[in-house]
Design a protein around this ligand. Structure first.
Ligand SMILES: [Zn+2]
Length: 226
């Protein structure tokens, strides 16, 4: 499939497979332009999904674009706002299981009351580089799609943004509700997702594989003290 990537005034045309991740596309564009795209955000523009921000693990297959002649991706240095819709590839929020291993947690895996997310630290100067770390969010209402792109989403040790590839949310000792809209596999219309009036005891982990993740158009998680 033909992909056009616009980086400010530079245009790069690529031919790539639908199974390609944005991370690989980014690397190819970096080589072609001989420049780093670190810190850039990427938006995809195709008819079926308006324009969406992509995470680096986003895969073109998600977007039902098999029949489209070409797809446009724009790289921005900053959030450009103004009509942009965010999308997020994130945990399906379906399969939860209680885990005890956090009872022996050390500093990188301390779970607070409310919402936490297991992630992998990608800051090479962090003690826990490439290891599982907790993003501590706690009690409140969280718009996950915006939050995951913001600096509030951070490793609890080094305070830097972790990888977006591995995210297992953990509900701990709280009431919670989840609502959102996601694009089911192979569909063009979003479906509503809602779980309300949930009670979590200790360490309820939403476990997912890379394949069972969902593309969320919106995802709100609200936690309250018990
Ligand atoms: Zn870290």
């Amino acid at each position: 499939m033909k992909i056009i990537v616009l980086v400010e005034n530079n245009k790069v045309e690529l031919d790539c497979e639908l199974s390609e991740t944005l991370n690989n596309i980014k690397k190819t564009v970096e080589l072609r332009l001989n420049t780093s795209l670190e810190g850039y955000k990427f938006k995809i523009f195709v008819n079926t999904i308006d324009n969406m921000y992509l995470t680096l693990s986003s895969c073109l297959e998600y977007f039902n674009i098999q029949n489209i002649q070409a797809c446009l991706i724009r790289a921005f240095k900053k959030d450009v706002g103004g009509g942009g819709r965010f999308g997020l590839e994130f945990n399906s929020m379906v399969n939860s299981v209680q885990r005890d291993y956090h009872n022996n947690a050390t500093e990188q895996n301390i779970i607070v009351k409310g919402l936490n997310v297991d992630s992998i630290c990608q800051n090479s100067s962090c003690k826990f580089y490439n290891k599982k770390v907790t993003v501590q969010l706690g009690i409140g209402t969280f718009n996950m799609v915006d939050l995951c792109f913001s600096e509030k989403y951070k490793c609890c040790v080094c305070q830097q943004k972790p990888q977006d590839i591995f995210q297992n949310p953990i509900m701990n000792d709280c009431k919670y509700e989840i609502s959102g809209r996601y694009l089911p596999d192979g569909k063009k219309n979003y479906e509503i997702f809602k779980k309300s009036g949930q009670i979590a005891g200790k360490y309820i982990v939403f476990e997912d594989s890379q394949n069972s993740k969902r593309l969320w158009h919106s995802l709100s998680v609200k936690t309250e003290r018990l």
